[in-house]
Design a protein around this ligand. Structure first.
Ligand SMILES: [Zn+2]
Length: 396
């Protein structure tokens, strides 16, 4: 077992490795590494070399997931998956996704050759962000057998299909079924950099995520009467934009007064959109999220009622349509609780994890948990590495 000094050095290595991988990019001066891009080859080469140096066997499956295996104490023992994604959004930070992969390798390194009653498979997912093909989680979908012909025929903006991109990368799309998880997988644990300010605000390095929030995205259209800004008295107006504005404030107010809800109107458009014309139509989007489906649905219903009553009072109409509806996904209570308990046990040396933490939507863990038990740990520092090691990875 490593000493505290050893862990600190290892954590610094993890950070340096993340920064190194950030230089493998399609863009000069920023990090952009999309699904099966040329820079992903460089990323694979580098990350593979770290895994091979630890005696891990490394392979790339047919959708481009990088998979390194560290065997257990004897052949035939089950395995646990630890990983995250290798692809990025344009202009990405140095830790999104890659931290979870490099931390997993650090975890294996910290074992110093010791074999556990289970093997560890480190997975670097090829695709999580959905940047290239507009569909996220292509990497983790392959592990749960959810890559179909429709997905393979999807094209990027240059007209290249997923199938062709796989071939161009040197892989065989006919072998995708071999990527599916086998029965020997006990579960999946993902470490991910926190993408919000909560942990930093709490002064804690780790958060055990209890659920990936569910979310709805809708578009509301308020329709009133376009008219001249100079000749239409205030009491004879049916201003669609003013109605939308009142509703936007109602959205903020409801979210502020309802624990756990986050709601955002991130897009507004007024028509005809002239300085001297009262808006006849206003479109506004709504993004609403909560870890509980019931609380989210209740809040959404309330916001729809608000929109209707505001519109009615102002003599305008309102319609809405759903763009996305995604239910919340609870993480595996056993895996989550063990990590939280262990982090509390070593809290004298390392700060504890936050409780009752809700993750943002997305994440490969959403896919994997459909077939295996899974947990998500949000991190803001690598110096919490010992917590990850101390918490038994295996549910058995
Ligand atoms: Zn990510």
């Amino acid at each position: 077992m490593l000493t505290t000094v050893g862990f600190t050095q290892l954590a610094e290595t993890v950070i340096a490795r993340c920064r190194k991988v950030a230089t493998f990019s399609e863009d000069a001066g920023g990090t952009r590494r999309t699904f099966l891009s040329t820079s992903m080859h460089d990323c694979h080469r580098e990350v593979s070399s770290w895994m091979k140096a630890l005696g891990m066997s490394v392979s790339v499956d047919a959708v481009g997931n990088l998979r390194g295996f560290y065997p257990g104490v004897s052949p035939g023992v089950p395995r646990i998956l630890v990983g995250s994604h290798l692809d990025t959004v344009p202009n990405a930070g140095a830790f999104d996704g890659i931290l979870g992969v490099v931390l997993a390798i650090g975890l294996v390194e910290s074992l110093e050759g010791m074999k556990l009653p289970f093997g560890i498979e480190v997975v670097g997912f090829s695709e999580e962000e959905g940047v290239r093909f507009g569909v996220p989680f292509i990497g983790s979908r392959a592990l749960v057998g959810r890559v179909d012909d429709e997905l393979l025929d999807r094209k990027d903006e240059r007209g290249i299909s997923v199938r062709k991109a796989i071939q161009d990368f040197g892989l065989n799309p006919n072998e995708i079924s071999k990527a599916v998880l086998r029965d020997d997988v006990l579960g999946y644990i993902e470490f991910h950099i926190e993408q919000g300010p909560v942990l930093e605000n709490l002064g804690r390095p780790l958060g055990a995520v209890e659920a990936i929030v569910g979310q709805n995205r809708l578009e509301f259209t308020f329709s009133g009467q376009a008219n001249h800004a100079g000749t239409t008295p205030m009491n004879l107006r049916h201003d669609a934009l003013a109605a939308a504005a009142e509703w936007i404030l109602a959205v903020e107010s409801l979210a502020q007064s309802t624990p756990g809800i986050v709601a955002t109107v991130g897009f507004v458009e007024a028509r005809p959109g002239a300085t001297n014309v009262i808006a006849g139509e206003a479109r506004a989007t709504l993004d609403i999220r909560h870890a509980s489906d019931g609380a989210r649905t209740e809040a959404l219903d309330e916001l729809i009622r608000h929109a209707e009553s505001i519109a009615a009072r102002r003599g305008v109409t309102v319609k809405w349509r759903t763009l996305l509806a995604q239910h919340a996904v609870a993480m595996d209570p056993f895996l989550t609780e063990r990590r939280r308990r262990e982090s509390a046990r070593v809290r004298t040396a390392f700060a504890d994890a936050a409780c009752g933490f809700a993750g943002i939507s997305g994440k490969d863990v959403r896919c994997i948990i459909s077939v295996k038990r899974a947990a998500l740990i949000n991190a803001i520092t690598c110096y919490s590495l010992p917590i990850l090691l101390c918490a038994p990875l295996c549910p058995a």
